[in-house]
Design a protein around this ligand. Sequence first.
Ligand code: ZN
Length: 199
Amino acid sequence: MEISDEKIKEFQEIYKKEYGKELSWKEAAEGARSLLGLAQIAYDSYKEDCFRKRKLKDHPKGFHLDDGKTYSCRICRESISNEQTWWDEGGIKCLHCQKALDKKIIPKSVCKDDESWYATWEFDYYFKIKSPTVRKLVRQGKLKSRTVPNINGGEHFELFLIKDNIGVLPEKPESYLVKDEQDRVHVEYKDVDVSKLLQ
Ligand SMILES: [Zn+2]
C-alpha cells in the first residue's frame, strides 16, 4: 500500500501533537502504513457485513457462506467452510451449533455475549482447572453443562452458562495488560475465587 509523503508528514504531526514525541520519517511511514492497513481491514469487514445483512432480508433464516474461505464457529471454534457454515444475525456458526440454537438447547445469548458462558478449555485457561476435573464436576452435579449434539449422532461440544451455575461459576476474570522487561505486552487475568467450584 503506497502512502504519499504528505500523509506521512501529517501522521508525524498528529503523533507529535497527541503523544508529544517526534517520529522519524521511517517510523512515521511504518505507523501510517499499519494504520491504513487496519482501516482497510475494518472497511472490508464492514462491507462484508453490510452485504450479508442485505442478503439476510431475502433469507431471513440465514445462509451458508459459500465463498470458499475458512471460518471458525463463534461457539465451538471449529474450522468450517462453505456448506459447513451458517450465517445469521448471531454470526458464523457450524451446523451442529446452529441446530442446537434452533432447538433452543443453547440460548442465542451464547452468540452475542462470550462473557455469559465458559467452554471447557476456558477452565484451564482462566483457573488452571483441567478438563478431567471439569468432567468430574459435571458428573458430581456441581457444574451444569449444555451439550451441543453432533448432527450425525453423539456429542459435539459442551458449554457452561453462568446463569445455569449461579453461585458456583464466577464471572469471567477481568483482564489487564502487563509489560515484560523486553517491552513485550501480554494479557493477564485478575484472580477469581473458584473455591465454591472445587469444594
Ligand atoms: Zn460450532
